[in-house]
Write a protein that binds this ligand. Structure first.
Ligand code: FE
Length: 234
C-alpha cells in the first residue's frame, strides 16, 4: 500500500492519500479545495486513478476538494452515514469496510466533534482519527451538534481500545506533529489522561474558542461535497 500524509498550511489539515500498488487505484481522505491541484498532480505523477474521496465528517474550517476532484477524475464521494450530505455517492455505516485492492478502510463511528464523524482503521495497523483525536489533543465540541461527553466516550471506548501499537494519523495538527500511536495517546494525551468524563466535559465546555473563519461558507458547501452553494440552496 502506498500511504502519504499531505498538509494544508492555512487550515492545518492533513489529507491522506492511500493507493493499492497493484491496481494503481487510490483514495483520498479529507481533501482541501485549495489543494486540489497539488493532489491531482501527485496522482498523475504516481500514475494513480482516484476511485474515492472519503470524508471523516462535514468540516467547518475548510471546504472539501471532493466536488472538484470528482469533475477531474470521476471518483465517488464517500461520507459517514450520519453526516448531513446531499450529494454523496456512498454513505458508510459504523463498522462498514470500504475496500480498494489491498486496502481496507473500516469505519468507526466516533461522534462528538460532530454528530456524524468517522475514524477509519486502515489495514488494521493505523487509524485516521479525523477530528475526534489529535496528537495530544482532540477536536472541539462546541458546534455542528458537537458534544463533549459523546466525544469522551468515542475516544475512550472506541479509539483507546484499539491495539496500542496502532498508528494514529489525525485530521489536523497545529504544532508540527505528524503521527502518534494509540498507546502514546492513552498515556500522554492531556485531554484524556487522568481526566474523568465530567472533568473532560467541563474543560471542553469552558474552551470558549472563536468560530472558524470559514464556518458560514464551509459547512453548507461541504454538505454538497464542496460545491459552493447559494443561500437559496441551503
Ligand atoms: Fe472538523
Amino acid at each position: 500500500m502506498l500511504f502519504r500524509q499531505l498538509y494544508d498550511q492555512e487550515s492545518s489539515t492533513y489529507t491522506y492519500l492511500l493507493a493499492d500498488s497493484k491496481s494503481h487505484r487510490a483514495l483520498l481522505v479529507d481533501t482541501v479545495l485549495e489543494q486540489v491541484e497539488r493532489d491531482f498532480k501527485l496522482l498523475q505523477e504516481l500514475n494513480l486513478t482516484l476511485s474515492f474521496c472519503v470524508e471523516t465528517h462535514i468540516h467547518a474550517d475548510h471546504i472539501t476538494g471532493t466536488n472538484q476532484l470528482q469533475s477531474k477524475t470521476g471518483c465517488l464521494s464517500v461520507v459517514p452515514a450520519q453526516a448531513h450530505s446531499a450529494c454523496a455517492d456512498r454513505h458508510l455505516k459504523d463498522g462498514e469496510v470500504l475496500t480498494l485492492g489491498n486496502i481496507s478502510l473500516k469505519a468507526i463511528a466516533t461522534p462528538g466533534h460532530t454528530d456524524g464523524h468517522h475514524a477509519y482503521l486502515v489495514n488494521r495497523d493505523r487509524v485516521l482519527t479525523g477530528d475526534a483525536l489529535f496528537i495530544r489533543g482532540c477536536g472541539r465540541t462546541d458546534f455542528q451538534s458537537g458534544d463533549a461527553g459523546t466525544l469522551y466516550d468515542s475516544v475512550t471506548q472506541k479509539l483507546f481500545t484499539l491495539p496500542g501499537a496502532t498508528f494514529v494519523y489525525p485530521g489536523h495538527d497545529y504544532h508540527g506533529l505528524t503521527v502518534s500511536t494509540i498507546e502514546e495517546e492513552r498515556q500522554w494525551n492531556p485531554r484524556f489522561k487522568g481526566s474523568d468524563r465530567n472533568a473532560f466535559i467541563e474543560f471542553m465546555n469552558a474552551l470558549d474558542l472563536p468560530n472558524p473563519r470559514k464556518i458560514m461558507e464551509a459547512v453548507p458547501a461541504n454538505e454538497h461535497c464542496g460545491r459552493v452553494v447559494s443561500a437559496l440552496e441551503r
